[in-house]
Write a protein that binds this ligand. Structure first.
Ligand SMILES: Cc1cc2nc3c(=O)[nH]c(=O)nc-3n(C[C@H](O)[C@H](O)[C@H](O)COP(=O)(O)O)c2cc1C
Length: 272
């Protein structure tokens, strides 16, 4: 047998093996690529679904984003074990209208925001204060005066319960104008901070009709009491204020049209 014939015979033997081997490797690579591709596609779909669900949840609560926003301030985690029993806080609670020249800490602000609207059951999204049908119609704002909070510039902030953070909305000390809108109640001007609670009635009336209006008013009462007890337990003083000019507060704070202010709450360390 010549060398040429030998090579031809080996060629006959190896060709099918070569085809099978190469085909197998090619298919393996394709399958591997397809797997990766499938995983990437699934991951992307999961991300899109998560993003859509988050926006839907926020949309459900009709969260209107303010037009001007300057960034976010992450709040420290709230303490869930305090120094005062709930009984003692109820006994001691009083409306306080005179404040020491002492700033609040970021931890004080964190506790107050959490007591008002913090998420206490993340699995179900339930909050510190009860809400008819968990419709959560209330928005919480913080008006910070000059040197009102250590580590926070003066201005208006909106509390974001989902991230437990403040969103900076307006710059500057708004307390004097807020006090004017509150029939010149001096404690609004003097307090280092004022909490403003506004309601989006449609979130609740959308489910309960006219009756939803009374539910919203009951809810703001719950939030007010949570704040009173939390403030007392931390040695802070506050007073809920219902007497103010709605339109003036709404335009001063540039609240979206559907948000109606219900309470202004000056808070500070009591003047001893
Ligand atoms: C709905 C509501 C509106 C209020 N509005 C004002 C107000 O505009 N200005 C004020 O100084 N106090 C206001 N208060 C506080 C009451 O005057 C105070 O709760 C009352 O005098 C009893 O005192 P106490 O809270 O220390 O028990 C209001 C309280 C409630 C419940």
């Amino acid at each position: 047998m010549t060398e040429a014939e030998l090579n031809r015979d080996y060629g006959k033997l190896f060709k099918p093996l070569q085809v099978i081997l190469c085909g197998g490797i090619n298919m393996g690579i394709k399958l591997f690529n397809q797997r990766i591709l499938t995983m990437v596609v699934l991951f992307a779909v999961a991300l899109i679904v998560a993003a859509v669900l988050t926006s839907l949840t926020r949309l459900k609560h009709n969260e209107s984003k303010p037009s001007e926003a300057y960034g976010f301030v992450k709040l420290p985690s709230p303490d869930v074990i305090g120094r005062m029993s709930v009984e003692e806080a109820i006994q001691r609670r009083r409306s306080i209208r005179s404040y020491a020249d002492k700033p609040l800490s970021l931890q004080d602000v964190s506790q107050l925001m959490w007591a008002a609207q913090g998420i206490t059951d993340p699995a179900r999204g339930f909050r510190a204060a009860p809400s008819a049908g968990a419709t959560y119609p209330l928005e919480v704002y913080l008006v910070v005066g000059e040197n009102g909070v250590t580590g926070l510039d003066e201005g208006l902030y909106r509390y974001d319960p989902y991230e437990h953070q403040l969103e900076s909305i307006l710059k500057g000390d708004l307390r004097s104008s807020l006090a004017e809108a509150a029939l010149d109640q001096g404690w609004v001007r003097e307090a280092p901070v004022n909490i403003v609670i506004a309601a989006v009635y449609e979130r609740t009336t959308g489910r309960y009709g006219e009756r939803g209006i009374r539910y919203v008013h009951m809810e703001v009462g719950h939030v007010g009491q949570n704040l009173y007890l939390q403030a007392t337990a931390r040695g802070l003083g506050m007073v809920v204020i219902g007497a103010f000019k709605d339109d003036q507060v709404q335009s001063l704070l540039k609240l979206p049209y559907e948000q109606k202010p219900l309470y202004i709450i000056p808070v500070g360390y009591p003047r001893s």
